[in-house]
Write a protein that binds this ligand. Structure first.
Ligand SMILES: [Zn+2]
Length: 237
């Protein structure tokens, strides 16, 4: 099933279920508001990085010098044993909640829009998932985040231009250096000329080493005169 149809179906199903079974916050057990997947209080308690306020933040340091890279940031700190880790972990194993990710995307967009972080961005691009992974997880978590952001910011989501190439070698069987190398050529930009001169924000759930973003930037090297902004929901500490 197409990712977007899947998300729509989930939303409808969840709205029907709400009538009969009131939902509770997965982090604390409180009753949830109609459109929420996590309660206000737990949202407030998430560990903000405030990177939107600082240039040369940790994320920018990772990508400094990459072609077309302009600026970036992660909304939250990702740490072991937290509610955030639990939710992202569930998503990785196909038991995640895209509505939760959408809500996180909306909240991040509202907060950082106040700081002007998204000013001048033409399109938002979720990092595509490998088709095999997409089958396991049922949805692309980056796309769910971008859906929420795009709704708040009124900036279109673009899932057409950046695509993931199929690689046959198992990543887990290769060394770390080799893995980095494999990630070159992992993505492809279709019709790069349509992105010429645009400011493009790439979005993923977590930044750890930054190698996935770097591979996407590598694929974008021939997109003449573009600017790349990087955003992730969280950054591992
Ligand atoms: Zn809660």
């Amino acid at each position: 099933m197409h990712n977007r149809d899947y998300l729509l179906m989930l939303r409808i199903l969840s709205a029907i279920l709400d009538v009969f079974f009131p939902r509770t916050c997965p982090a604390c057990g409180r009753l949830l508001e109609e459109h929420d997947a996590i309660c206000e209080e737990c949202l407030t308690r998430l560990d903000r990085t405030q990177q939107a306020l600082y240039r040369d933040n940790v994320v920018e340091t990772i990508f400094k010098g990459e072609q077309h890279f302009s600026y970036g940031g992660s909304w939250l700190w990702y740490q072991k044993g937290t509610y955030l880790q639990k939710m992202i972990h569930l998503a990785k194993f196909g038991r995640g909640n895209p509505l939760w990710l959408e809500q996180m995307g909306r909240e991040a967009a509202k907060e950082w829009n106040e700081y002007g972080f998204f000013d001048g961005i033409d399109v938002i691009v979720p990092i595509p998932l490998h088709p095999k992974r997409l089958r396991i997880r049922g949805f692309n978590q980056s796309e769910a985040i971008v859906k929420g952001m795009s709704d708040v910011l009124n900036i279109p989501m673009d899932t057409d231009h950046l695509t993931r190439e199929v690689n046959n070698k198992k990543q887990s069987q290769s060394s770390k250096v080799e893995r980095e190398h494999l990630k070159e050529g992992l993505f492809k930009v279709n019709h790069p000329e349509e992105w010429y001169g645009k400011t493009i924000m790439l979005v993923d759930d977590i930044i750890t080493t930054g190698s996935t973003f770097r591979a996407a930037m590598h694929a974008m090297k021939d997109v003449y005169n573009c600017k790349i902004v990087v955003f992730s929901l969280a950054k591992s500490k």
